[in-house]
Write a new protein. Structure first.
Lengths: 175, 367
């Protein structure tokens, strides 16, 4: 008989009308975010050795690592992710040998202005060179010449950095 | 003397029923379609070109972006192609996780296809019901991989991570519920007389033409051609599962739709068997592969049964750590090839019904 299917469909709709609601009133209620969620990145700065494996693993060249030589060690001065190009594939997190880079559950990365989009995980100035490390460095002849230069650059460098970053990240440190 | 005049009508690229940015330039005689010219390329991103400057592992996230509705199957095709090229053995547990996540992806894609097809024909309730279950599937995939749609879960030599604790039980619970849900869709959409009147004997496709045009997936099987790669040339561990290949009879829009609904039932069966079998399999989820992959100088073609049809990856290696060429045989694009002839002679209102029944996804059409 024509119309039987329609009646059956209406019965299902009627049944579903009284069933449990699946929708969530978003800003007030939220779905639980799973443990492995690919959200905003967090960097454990103490663990990170600025090796650059994550930057190399990235398919889209999202990660920029700025580093500066302090004494013998590389000191990371900046870790910036151009998050607008990020695919959230997880290859960078997987590549990290020191377990320093993680995802957080925060998925809200909206910004009002384009310049605020890059995710600045580290932005800091290199510390002054430790005293004891200067002496072994002084043995090498080329080194002492480079050193004062490096020192002289130091006040200039953060300014230069911020100039470079001006298009990307002004006022982001406050967050 | 009286005569009629043909005229043009642009269908898309900004039309919700094209399922994306797809344009059909229709030549009409009254309400009848004389000619239909599909225009694609609005979503072209040049994924094949991008792959040339990425390492083998870095290509994986780009494969997601093709058929983003069944991303795991796209991943799987690519990684299996590279594994074939390098001769990598995949651990058992990884194979099972691939099957489960792949079939969940297929389920998500078919749920969307079913629901959106109901919406195309004009039934809003069916659409919402299908999306409710799709949401559950995507929640599970999110728990496993961290992403809802662009999963990037497969890795060369295995999968990214093992299933979290209790995840398999949740999948099992959904699979137990799923047959009931599918009955609901059948009651609400398939059995609906208006739906049947709109879709039966519309856009018919004979088995011969389907084969000649190299169509694949549910579009081919709805015409009665029994060709499912999971059965014909089992890849991975598909030969261990017991499932049927649903076939259509008339090759019309209704058969294509109903084929997908029955394929969902088979996917559920496969996942249920896989969950039973994975319990006895333990071990690593990724094989020991070098960090820098340098396959030998050769090429490989590997194809798998994706949600839309046969997806094939042709990977050429020049011995370096980056692929020389990655070409993808995208089922949506090839299934569209017959659209013009399929539409001819039908009414304007049937365009939406026929296009929806092919189930294209524009990310894959334009690549």
């Amino acid at each position: 008989m024509f119309g039987q299917g329609l009646i059956k469909g209406l019965q299902i709709t009627w049944k579903e009308f009284w069933a449990k609601k699946f929708t969530v009133q978003y800003p007030e209620e939220q779905h639980p975010v799973p443990e492995r969620f690919h959200g905003k990145f967090v960097l454990d700065v103490d663990k990170c050795i600025a090796c650059g494996l994550c930057a190399n693993a990235c398919p889209n060249k999202v990660i920029t690592i700025e580093k500066q030589k302090v004494g013998k060690k590389q000191y990371m001065t900046g870790y910036i992710m151009n998050i607008q190009y990020c695919l959230f594939c997880g290859l960078c997190v997987e590549s990290c040998n020191k377990d320093a880079l993680h995802y957080s559950k925060d998925f809200n990365m909206n910004q009002y202005f384009y310049r605020d989009i890059p995710l600045v995980l580290v932005k800091r100035e290199a510390p002054a060179e430790p005293e004891e490390e200067e002496q072994p460095a002084a043995k090498a002849e080329a080194r002492p010449k480079a050193k004062p230069q490096a020192k002289a650059e130091k006040p200039a460098e953060p300014a230069a950095n911020s100039e470079v970053a001006a298009g990307k990240v002004p006022g982001k440190e406050g967050e | 003397m009286l005569r009629t005049q043909e005229y043009f009508l642009n269908f898309g690229p900004q039309h919700p029923s094209t399922h994306g940015v797809f344009q059909i330039i229709l030549t009409l005689d009254g309400e009848r379609i004389v000619k239909a010219e599909p225009v694609c390329g609005y979503l072209h991103r040049g994924i094949e070109k991008l792959a040339e400057s990425r390492t083998y592992t870095q290509v994986i996230p780009y494969t997601d972006r093709m058929d983003y509705l069944a991303a795991m199957l796209q991943n799987l095709g690519y990684v299996q192609a590279v594994e074939k090229l390098m001769g990598i053995e995949v651990p058992e547990r990884a194979e099972y996780l691939r099957i489960i996540s792949g079939e969940l992806s297929r389920l998500a894609s078919h749920l969307l296809a079913t629901g959106v097809y109901a919406l195309d024909i004009g039934g809003f309730t069916g659409f919402l019901l299908c999306f409710r279950e799709r949401e559950r599937v995507m929640d599970l995939l999110e728990e496993l991989t961290g992403s809802r749609m662009t999963l990037s879960y497969a890795r060369i030599g295995g999968v990214a991570d093992d299933a979290p604790e209790g995840w398999l039980d949740k999948v099992k619970k959904l699979m137990d519920d799923m047959p009931g849900y599918i009955d609901e869709y059948n009651g609400l959409i398939t059995g609906n007389e208006i739906f049947q009147a709109r879709t039966k004997f519309v856009g018919q496709l004979t088995p011969e033409t389907a084969i000649n045009y190299s169509l694949s997936g549910p579009v081919l099987r709805a015409s009665g051609v029994n060709y499912d790669l999971r059965k014909v040339r089992p890849y991975g561990i598909y030969d261990r599962f017991d499932f049927e290949v649903p076939l259509g009879e008339n090759g019309d829009c209704f058969d294509r739709f109903y084929c997908r609904v029955r394929e969902m039932q088979q996917s559920v069966r496969i996942i249920q068997q896989a969950i039973e079998q994975i319990k006895e399999v333990d071990g690593p989820v990724i094989a020991k592969v070098p960090k820098v992959l340098k396959p030998p100088k050769s090429d490989v073609y590997h194809e798998i049964e994706s949600a839309k049809g046969i997806i094939g990856y042709y990977v050429v290696s020049d011995g370096s750590n980056k692929p020389y060429r990655v070409h993808v045989r995208r089922p949506s694009f090839i299934n569209l090839g017959y659209l013009d002839e399929m539409l001819r002679g039908y009414l304007i209102a049937d365009v939406v019904a026929i296009l929806g029944s092919i189930d294209i996804v524009l990310g894959e059409v334009d690549c």
